[in-house]
Design a binder for this molecule. Structure first.
Ligand SMILES: Nc1ncnc2c1ncn2[C@@H]1O[C@H](COP(=O)(O)OP(=O)(O)O)[C@@H](O)[C@H]1O
Ligand SMILES: NC(=O)OP(=O)(O)O
Length: 311
């Protein structure tokens, strides 16, 4: 069975935690302990978020007096793929001796005229007070928006069209290699007037890229792993209830917040609609049980879909 896992930013650093390298490495090791049993039994592709990290490196760059201009977001996105990819590579190699593992720097094609460039929505970096965020917006020309109780920088997040290195990833996976790729949704690139790839200032949603990649790699299951056990109806209200098994049609009838559960639900529902295979959203440390259909929110084409037949 071929399984593609999208690892949430929460798995690396939670809101309010200091994003020291030691802490993130320890969190990566913990995540890999959960993922290792999947890799032992299945072909595995791992993608990961980079929102907190891309924001942190962008802040460092904007404060670096030796630069005439800060590094662009595509370059910083590639830096985060290198950094997080290295942590994951090492942790996976240590957990899976004898198994080939690779972490790739790779790019995702977007449209240069995606309307997202006019309407930044992707939260990056740390949480600020409103006053701090407004000062940063004035000083650095950032766009900032409320996120929960705090404020954060937002950047454009164009829709992923295709992962440029898909063929290579497929070859590696078919050969039994565990592949870490499409980190931070992939480095956003477009084709310029002369057909050359060129980076753009954006951060792609990693769940949406993971959905596209899972489809093109013909994954049998697409797991979105985060810090909540299931998607909830009426989240955060006294009427809150867990969704155990659902369909794209049912999910699309509900409203989910744009900055968090919304893209996950869209990514899962889209994958199931396009492929007829299974997607799920749930907690990282329950990933084995989620794949068995015994935990998480399981999304299948219809209510009677024979889950057990895929296992
Ligand atoms: N309907 C919902 N059901 C469950 N969680 C939700 C819902 N709406 C919003 N959330 C929030 O979404 C968060 C997960 O999204 P996000 O923080 O973007 O995850 P990650 O960084 O792991 O990708 C949860 O921690 C929860 O607070
Ligand atoms: N690029 C991205 O979607 O990162 P997060 O999941 O960390 O927000």
């Amino acid at each position: 069975m071929r399984v593609l896992v999208a690892l949430g930013g929460n798995a690396l650093v939670r809101r309010g935690e200091t994003p020291d390298a030691d802490l993130q490495r320890a969190n990566v090791m913990k995540a890999v302990r959960s993922l290792a049993p999947l890799a032992e039994r299945h072909e595995l592709i791992v993608t990961h978020g980079n929102g907190p990290q891309v924001g942190l490196l962008a802040l460092e760059s904007v404060n670096d007096p030796s630069l005439t201009r800060p590094y662009p977001l595509d370059t910083i996105g590639a830096e985060t793929q290198g950094m997080i990819g290295y942590w994951m590579l090492q942790a996976l190699q240590n957990a899976l001796p004898g198994r080939q593992v690779v972490a790739l720097i790779n790019q995702t094609l977007v449209s240069a005229v995606d309307p997202a460039f006019e309407n930044p929505t992707k939260f990056v970096g740390q949480v600020y007070t409103r006053e701090e965020a407004e000062k940063l917006a004035r000083d650095y020309g950032w766009t900032v928006r409320p996120d929960g109780d705090g404020w954060r920088r937002v950047v454009p997040s164009p829709r992923p069209q295709r992962v440029i290195e898909t063929r290579l990833i497929r070859q590696l996976v078919r050969g039994g290699t565990v592949v870490v790729c499409a980190g931070g949704g992939g480095v956003p690139v477009f084709r310029n007037d002369v057909g050359q790839l060129e980076g753009v200032e954006a951060v792609i949603d990693k769940d949406l890229t993971a959905s596209v990649l899972a489809e093109t790699l013909e994954a049998d299951a697409f797991l979105i792993l985060t810090d909540v056990p299931r998607v909830m109806r009426h989240f955060g209200t006294p009427r809150q209830e867990e969704i155990t098994h659902t369909t794209p049609h049912e999910l699309r009838a509900e409203d989910f917040p744009a900055g968090s559960m919304g893209p996950k639900v869209e990514a899962a529902a889209g994958f199931v609609e396009r492929t007829g295979d299974m997607a799920a959203i749930g907690k990282l440390d329950q990933c084995v049980r989620i794949l068995e259909g015994a935990a998480g929110t399981i999304v299948t084409p219809n209510a009677t879909w024979p889950l057990a037949s895929t296992l």
